[in-house]
Design a binder for this molecule. Structure first.
Ligand code: 13P
Length: 257
């Protein structure tokens, strides 16, 4: 069975003190690694070390929200994979829709980042998702296919072993409008079939596909209860323990069912 992954993407939020408080509360809630649920927080880069220290030894892992594909050198403002590893990051989010649509990242850049992270031994959460106009135009699946083909170009099954996909429909991010369980399941099923076609069905059975986009305590269990939904990538509701812990609890409940 695939292990649930519940990840908090803090985006450009928190400060040192509030991030520490949040991390401490989550570590207290998950004092040790859990069989059924993996828990991850992705703070802003400046706080990675502090947060990694806070959750050290608990069941909460730390990831980054982005990385650069070069190993080091004259790339002002960028952060390398080895640096993330050095401060204790297990995961890195790559290709988030805010990076695609606000910062202008292309599939080619995303692919280079995915390759660099894999080569450096940091697990990747690759985000894909359609705009509202894509969905309304009936293009959801072709957009997902293009993002998957672009992001995973020249990446072997062996290299993709630790990969996690996050389906985040752009129209559901930060809007309070969540994809219906049917919409989420249909996209996840499509993505899993894409993986089966590109790689094979053994691998597509193993790969985890998270849902992201206005996940809250009251919709988490239904969304994660879908056959092809293996966890959640949570934005706004990951910023307060009283909002995030119930989402983790929903995964715990499903994992023990
Ligand atoms: P919200 O949960 O705030 O909609 O954000 C989702 C997201 O973008 C997680 O990466």
């Amino acid at each position: 069975m695939r292990r649930f992954l519940v990840a908090g993407n803090w985006k450009m939020n928190t400060n040192r003190a509030s991030g520490q408080d949040l991390a401490a509360a989550l570590a207290e809630n998950a004092p040790a690694a859990e069989d059924g649920v993996e828990i991850l927080v992705c703070p802003p880069h400046p706080y990675l070390t502090t947060i990694a220290d806070k959750v050290s030894g608990s069941g909460v892992q730390v990831g980054a929200q982005d990385v650069y594909f070069e190993a080091g050198g004259a790339f002002t403002g960028e952060v390398a994979v080895d640096m993330l590893k050095d401060v204790g990051c297990e995961y890195v989010i790559i290709g988030h829709s805010e990076r695609r649509h606000v910062i202008g990242e292309t599939d080619e850049i995303i692919n280079r980042k995915v390759k660099a992270a894999i080569a450096g031994g940091v697990k990747v959460i690759l985000c894909v998702g359609e705009l509202l106009s894509d969905r309304e135009g009936g293009n959801t699946e072709s957009v997902l296919d293009a993002q998957m083909s672009g992001g995973l170009a020249d990446i072997s099954e062996q290299d993709a072993k630790e990969l996690v996909i996050a389906y985040e429909p752009v129209w559901a991010i930060g809007t309070g409008v969540t994809a219906s369980p049917e919409q989420a399941e249909s996209a996840h099923e499509h993505l899993r079939k894409w993986v089966a076609n590109r790689y094979n069905s053994t691998f597509s059975d193993q790969i985890r596909i998270l849902y992201g986009g206005s996940v809250k305590a009251d919709n988490a269990e239904t969304l994660m209860g879908q056959a092809n939904v293996d966890g959640a990538l949570v934005g706004g509701a990951s910023l307060k323990p009283e909002l995030f812990v119930p989402i983790i609890d929903a995964a715990r409940k499903l994992a023990s069912a």
